[in-house]
Design a protein around this ligand. Structure first.
Ligand code: GDP
Ligand code: MN
Length: 427
């Protein structure tokens, strides 16, 4: 939760830095793979974790068929998007709620009709929402109690930790903020695994009693072994629920995976769903570049997430707005600089380009050569402000100066931001 809590907390902050953090956190070279609920639940079911019976559909006819085939007392229809808060979300079709319960399977076709192809807007999406391409049609179960359970890698504990709360089904950050005494943590020894007493204690802490305590502890053990087996960084079940007849069921599922484990988790990574990612982001990834789009008009070409945040703040301070960020990372090649410029300028909102590179591993001369080549080949006409610092900077400055191109060289970040903001054409 450490990562996701702070990310979501940052997202809440209305400050420029908060907004920047929300965008820029994604620049950090870790892009944890995130699967849809139905994919996560399939993995869970395969590991003996209790989930409801379900089908997946990408059109309303199939959704209706699936609902009939389930032969359930009640059906739950759930829009599949990567963001949470679906239950309280709303669709651009006008339909309210990304999670719908119905006793009549005949309703499912119509409901799915109002979900598929429309955007679902939740607290965790942008205001445009996310287009729904698939729905899960599941057997609904009555819920007597909703609890929260997560297992995650936590920097503070240098290993996995289990987090639970008897107050589930709702926004866990809300619980953490208002009733911190209802959040229980159980650090796990990575070598030892979850001990029996730990699983039982957590089950009790989140309110399972009698035979349900045993069942919840078993689910917890299974979830942990799955967590290890699939190289997850975070596994969140909210609600981790109890039915009136005493079953313990994972009603929702969100698993993030460690990208460094891709080589040994081929099967999981092959399910990567990039349909919700900005196409420019996907294109950038092909060249080992990290791209993120924002709303302003100043394109920012930087190296490192920290520098991206600083650049964003300082542009904001001078009254400007970033259009996007492209993070170069280390070990850069001239061709990547060219591709980076192509991507940055592919966004029609861009009116100025600001390059802010601090050369450590990165050689400034390579950047300078890449910039001049890209400017010429792409016939760039918009103002280009460059601030380079670090390894081989004098040679880089010479290359820029002698290129004959109209490049504004900035002495430092402050200067660069000031020039960039001043270069935005007046409207
Ligand atoms: P989220 O809003 O994106 O987190 O989606 P969830 O899968 O957590 O569903 C939201 C809420 O819908 C849950 O907290 C439950 O209250 C309710 N819900 C989901 N599935 C079922 C079900 O099978 N039966 C009942 N009774 N409620 C459900
Ligand atoms: Mn949920």
């Amino acid at each position: 939760m450490a990562a996701s809590l702070s990310l979501r907390a940052a997202r809440r902050l209305g400050t420029p830095a908060g907004r920047a953090a929300r965008q820029v956190v994604r620049l950090v070279p870790v892009r944890w793979l995130n699967l849809q609920e139905y994919q996560s639940k399939k993995i869970m079911a395969d590991h003996g974790v209790t989930v409801q019976r379900f089908f997946v559909a990408d059109n309303s006819q199939d959704a209706l068929e699936a609902a009939k085939r389930l032969k359930a007392k009640e059906i739950v229809l759930k829009a599949q998007i990567l963001a949470g808060g679906r239950g309280k979300g709303s669709f651009t079709s006008g339909l309210k709620g990304g999670v719908h319960l119905t006793k009549n399977p005949e309703d499912v076709g119509q409901l799915a009709e109002q979900m598929l192809g429309y955007h679902l807007i939740t607290k965790q999406t942008t205001k445009e929402g996310v287009k729904v391409r698939k729905v899960m049609v599941a057997e609904a179960l009555d819920i007597a109690r909703e609890t929260y359970l997560a297992i995650l890698m936590d920097r503070a504990y240098n290993g996995p930790i289990m987090v639970g709360s008897p107050q589930g089904g709702m926004d866990i950050e809300e619980v953490a903020a208002t009733k911190p005494e209802l959040i229980f943590k159980e650090p796990i020894d990575i070598f030892e695994g979850i001990r029996q007493d730990q699983a039982f204690r957590m089950a009790a802490n989140i309110g399972f009693k009698g035979p349900q305590q045993q069942k919840a502890a078993e689910q917890i053990q299974k979830l942990y072994s799955l967590f290890l087996k699939v190289d997850a960084t975070q596994l969140e079940v909210n609600p981790f629920g109890e039915t009136p007849d005493g079953q313990v069921v994972c009603f929702d599922a969100k698993i993030n995976f460690d990208d460094n484990a891709e080589f040994r988790q081929k099967e999981i990574f092959s399910q990567d769903d990039v349909s919700e990612t900005d196409p420019l982001e996907n294109e950038a990834a092909k060249y080992d570049l990290k791209y993120i789009g924002m709303d302003g008009n100043i394109a920012c070409f930087v190296n490192g997430a920290g520098l991206a945040m600083a650049t964003c703040d300082i542009i904001d301070l001078h009254g400007g707005k970033p259009a996007n960020f492209l993070d170069l990372g280390g070990g850069v090649q001239e061709d990547q600089v060219y591709q980076a410029f192509k991507l940055l300028t592919a966004d029609p909102k861009v009116e100025v380009i600001l390059v802010n590179i601090f050369g450590g591993i990165v050689n400034c001369a390579i950047i300078a050569n890449g910039i001049t080549k890209a400017s010429r080949e792409l016939k760039l006409e918009m103002p280009l402000v460059v601030r380079l610092e670090g390894t081989n900077v004098n040679e880089a400055k010479r290359i820029l100066r002698e290129s004959g191109l109209p490049i504004a060289s900035a002495s430092d970040l402050e200067d660069a931001a000031r020039i960039a903001v001043a270069s935005v054409p007046a409207k």
